[in-house]
Design a protein around this ligand. Structure first.
Ligand code: GRF
Length: 196
């Protein structure tokens, strides 16, 4: 089986990255994680990826005169790893149009809400403030509009009485770790028939 070469962009903990790395250990998984790039040197996920024998890179946007130059170098690094698919996994930077267009149809993100609800930050706080009874997560294609690309998979979880942003986030994170590897599997196979 030919496995698609995947690069992951992170900024922090990297638990979704770890879920993808674990899934890709299955011999019949159609993708392999070939590199992890962080825009934060202290991202704990970098050490995890290294310990798995995966190539890593750190790139500080502040070292570049413009966002476009920073993102061009990100693309160069990803292409030096022969990456075919990019997964954003807690990458806390809004990406510019050139970068997004370069990877169009080949770049996906996980977002902790039922998009189109609660694009952007503080999703759990906003869901709780609205009195939502259901929330969840979405894997979607990345397009220039923030969290606006077509969804690939969603999972719902109940919002329970007494939930805080932290308890709700933890319940949703379990589902993130389930649907992100499944969405990547479908993209790698070109099997997105369940797109809605
Ligand atoms: C996750 O909640 C993800 O949905 C959001 O950022 C968080 C990243 O967590 N985009 P982790 O770094 O994958 O643990």
């Amino acid at each position: 089986m030919i496995r698609k070469r995947v690069g992951i962009l992170i900024s922090g903990r990297g638990s979704n990255m770890s879920a993808l790395i674990e899934a890709a250990k299955a011999p019949d998984y159609p993708a392999e994680i070939v590199g992890v790039l962080s825009n934060r040197a202290a991202a704990p996920g970098l050490a995890v990826a290294s310990s798995e024998g995966i190539a890593t890179a750190f790139l500080a946007q502040s070292k570049f005169p413009t966002r476009e130059m920073f993102e061009d170098v990100m693309t160069q690094i990803l292409e030096s790893w022969d990456v075919e698919i990019v997964c954003l996994a807690g990458f806390m930077r809004v990406l510019g149009e050139d970068f997004v267009n370069h990877w169009a149809g080949r770049m996906i993100n996980i977002h902790p809400s039922l998009l189109p609800l609660y694009r952007g930050l503080h999703t759990h706080e906003r869901a709780l403030a609205d009195g939502a009874t259901v929330s969840g997560c979405t894997v979607h294609f990345v397009t220039p509009g923030l969290d606006e690309g077509a969804p690939i998979l969603q999972a719902k979880v109940p919002v329970l009485p007494g939930d805080t942003p932290e308890t709700l986030a933890a319940r949703i994170l379990i589902e993130e770790h389930r649907i992100y590897p499944e969405a990547l599997r479908r993209l790698a196979l070109g099997d997105l028939s369940t797109l809605h």
